[in-house]
Design a protein around this ligand. Structure first.
Ligand SMILES: Cc1ncc(COP(=O)(O)O)c(C=O)c1O
Length: 479
């Protein structure tokens, strides 16, 4: 058994401060007569059942950033400024911005601040739809890079440095102004970001990494290396996904030797963010960072890694069950366990787990289900899960997949006929799906999870798209 303490960096453990949490505590202990927003006034005017459910204490600290000496988000002042600085230090960044509205807000800010109409940006085809939205707003044009395909699992794999280099080499007019990649993929496939960053440096092009699913990486040596240490200029982290903060909270980091304009990012965030940021959400980001650095947090991360290894060992022993593992060209994040069972679709497996065993997984595709080994899970959770999967894999369940006939992970190379922005803002019409073949899409079709687009504005709709569009009766196309 590995020593659970071995990753603890004692220097980081001297004193863990959480300034927003501290300021909220002060505000709670020193209540004022409140004549300002939010109008529920510390929960007094809230629907009774909701108050009972969420608790009076939570409602009494539900405030925004202008009151009670809690600091402001834009510009960052007081405890919020201090908390962002502490986060930058913890993640190894020059500057960290707290994000409300998730990593979506970070991606939008990057696009708005750092890309312009007509500029060319290298982007992986399996990017999250927030990157597409950002590019539609700015008018920059993606040059798509299609990652490798992992056919057995019907998922996109890693991006290779040579793919980026090939495009940059051909760009003799130097029109490409940024490389924007996603790492890891939703299923935990990890690309060689170091080599990609070396290529970007060689051509003097900044590298932005959407590391939404990798916010724990800087805190444990058994996890992949964060792009902040591998030469990326900016990195986005969804702390709420795996880092322990509350839903919709994320961080955007600017790396220490970034060549990007951080002030432009700050200005864009000011415009994109709500003007009434929730102190509870900001406090939860502060708390999550403090927790990850704390002795207890370090133990939780190490426990998650060990639990993941335990689960993987158990799964290896189950006949008919397969798990996605590191392979030639790519690595995987041990805590994201993508599995499949012979004879069952992922969707069917998901419903058996849910209905028969009261287990909810992260997501299911046509092929398999994705299990996240989270900080909050105990070893007994994984024992139960492995026992249930063992029973299911014995093959007593029938697949009812034919009832659903869905396709969840499109792996199509886009045939671009018009720019993203031009198509999105063009005159549109809504037509029946089966009449749409040969037309140009005017909308982003991207179901969550994982939010990867099936169709994007400007892309030719082909027969190959139809199996992925079962939930759609009509489509919006360019008129
Ligand atoms: C790769 C990636 N980037 C960005 C996002 C957006 O994150 P958020 O939900 O925090 O806005 C997601 C969400 O699933 C994602 O998978």
């Amino acid at each position: 058994m590995e020593n659970i303490q071995q990753n603890i960096n004692t220097k980081e453990l001297i004193e863990i401060k959480a300034p927003i949490v501290e300021a909220l505590k002060q505000a709670y202990e020193n209540p004022t007569y409140q004549f300002h927003i939010p109008g529920h006034t510390k929960g007094k005017a809230v629907f009774k059942d909701f108050r009972k459910l969420i608790g009076e204490k939570a409602l009494s600290i539900d405030t925004t950033d202008e009151f009670d000496n809690l600091g402001t988000l834009h510009p960052a002042t007081g405890p919020i400024k201090e908390a962002q600085e502490l986060a930058a230090e913890a993640f190894g960044a020059k500057k960290t911005f707290f994000l409300l509205n998730g990593s979506t807000a970070g991606n939008l800010a990057i696009a708005m601040a750092l890309t312009k109409k007509g500029q060319k940006i290298i982007v992986n085809r399996n990017c999250h739809r927030s990157i597409l939205t950002g590019l539609m707003i700015s008018g920059a044009e993606p040059i798509w890079v299609c990652p490798s395909r992992i056919e057995d699992w019907s998922i996109w794999g890693n991006i290779e440095a040579w793919q980026i280099e090939e495009i940059l080499e051909k760009d003799t007019k130097r029109e490409i102004s940024m490389v924007w990649i996603t790492n890891p993929t939703y299923e935990g496939v990890v690309s060689d970001v170091k080599s990609i960053s070396v290529v970007c440096r060689k051509y003097g092009v900044p590298l932005v990494v959407d590391e939404a699913h990798g916010c724990l990486w800087n805190f444990n040596k058994h996890l992949p290396e964060t792009a902040l240490k591998l030469g990326a200029d900016a990195v986005v982290h969804s702390l709420h996904k795996t880092g322990g903060s509350m839903s919709q909270t994320s961080m955007l980091h600017i790396s220490k030797d970034s060549i990007l304009d951080e002030r432009a990012v700050e200005k864009a965030l000011k415009l994109l963010h709500t003007t009434s940021p929730s102190l509870i959400l900001l406090g939860s980001l502060d708390a999550a960072r403090a927790n990850l650095q704390s002795k207890n947090g370090q133990k939780l991360i190490q426990r998650a890694v060990l639990n993941a290894k335990y689960l993987r060992r158990r799964l290896d022993e189950i006949p008919n069950l397969h798990q996605l593992k590191s392979d030639f060209g790519y690595k995987t994040d041990v805590t994201k366990v993508f599995i499949k069972i012979d004879g069952l679709s992922g969707k069917r497996l998901e419903s058996i787990l849910e209905i028969d065993y009261n287990i909810e997984v992260e997501s299911a595709s046509d092929i398999g289900v994705l299990i996240l080994c989270n900080l909050g899970n105990k070893r007994s959770d994984f024992k139960y899960l492995a026992d249930c999967l063992e029973k299911i894999a014995q093959g007593h369940h029938k697949d009812i997949y034919y009832l659903e006939k869905r396709k969840h992970m499109p792996m199509l190379e886009p045939q671009i006929k018009m720019s993203l922005r031009e198509a999105f803002y063009s005159e549109k019409e809504t037509i029946r799906k089966d009449e749409a073949i040969g037309r140009i899409s005017a909308e982003v079709v991207a179901e969550c999870p994982p939010g990867i687009s099936i169709l994007l504005p400007g892309e030719l709709i082909t027969e190959e798209h139809l199996p992925y569009l079962n939930d759609y009766e009509t489509l919006e196309v360019v008129k």
